[in-house]
Design a protein around this ligand. Structure first.
Ligand code: AMP
Length: 273
């Protein structure tokens, strides 16, 4: 991978990079198209990274379909599909990790204490292998996007980090490889995330400024569904992820909800008119 990137760069070509865990959907493909428009070469990686899964999480059962993914990546005109091997990325004696002090101690990091250290470590490694000029991440995983941007700034990595908008199913459900876990009745219950975010957004447009009022309403509407459990509902600053009480500027509303055993996340920027 490094040799390929060196050659691209020697020829004066810029590289866009889209890291993924595969089982590709339109959300991933939209990032590839964005990448294509921002650089000469497009590199896509697929790697289900073991170090970002906690004990009891779905590393083993995470959906995989490399053959189908290969076709999709080819269709998007990627120059390289990088499929690294876990044993090669984490050889015996591996002991170096990248960890942020504060941003991971919020939102998803509270229930997944090792997750973001796994993410920043693998992304730093992939950046060193792919040597991109620009890397594209989805705002679906909003906290991840903010954390990667922080890491790149803090470690002076010469990479532009771009965030792509959330791609949704026609009914509003944010696309996710994990949606494949949902049974039919769970799939319709999963819409409660999008409905809650939309209701929050509407309330702010209509003049509501109190975060707690919106939170309580969201908790009430989501809890009405059987088998659906809220992990968090947070209204926070879109840069620092610190809680916000009064909505007098754009505020990020972020949700993590378990539908059955499937953990889903979604978010929306609430902007007072
Ligand atoms: P994953 O394969 O889930 O690790 O995701 C790989 C990249 O695709 C990450 O940057 C995600 O944020 C992004 N992504 C996943 N789902 C979506 C979506 N529905 N819309 C936009 N980006 C997404």
């Amino acid at each position: 991978m490094q040799a390929h990137s060196r050659n691209f760069r020697k020829s004066g070509l810029t590289i866009a990079f889209v890291p993924t865990m595969g089982f590709l959907h339109e959300g991933h493909l939209s990032l590839m198209r964005l990448g294509r428009s921002l650089a000469d070469c497009l590199v896509v990686s697929i790697f289900v990274n073991p170090t970002q899964f906690g004990p009891g999480e779905d590393f083993e059962s995470y959906p995989r379909n490399t053959e189908q993914d290969r076709k999709k990546v080819k269709k998007e005109g990627a120059d390289i599909l990088f499929l690294p091997d876990a044993a090669e990325l984490y050889p015996e004696g591996f002991e170096t990790f990248v960890r942020l002090d504060n941003l991971p101690n919020k939102l998803c990091g509270l229930s997944r204490p090792q997750h973001f250290q796994g993410v920043t470590t693998i992304v730093a490694k992939l950046f060193n292998l792919v040597q991109p000029n620009v890397a594209i991440f989805g705002k679906k995983d909003y906290q991840q996007w903010i954390i990667i941007r922080r890491m790149v700034r803090d470690l002076n990595m010469d990479i532009e980090v771009v965030g792509g908008p959330i791609v949704r199913e026609p009914d509003g459900l944010a696309m996710s490889s994990r949606n494949s876990y949902l049974e039919k009745d769970q799939r319709s219950k999963a819409l409660c995330l999008y409905h809650a975010l939309s209701a929050g957004s509407k309330a702010v447009t209509a003049g509501e400024r109190n975060s707690d009022t919106i939170k309580q309403e969201v908790i009430r509407s989501i809890s009405a569904h059987e088998g659906v459990n809220i992990e968090y509902v947070v209204l926070c600053d879109p840069e620092t992820l610190e809680n916000v009480n009064q909505i007098n500027r754009p505020v990020l509303m972020a949700l993590a909800v378990k539908v059955g055993k499937t953990r889903l996340i979604d978010n929306m920027l609430l902007t007072p008119p």
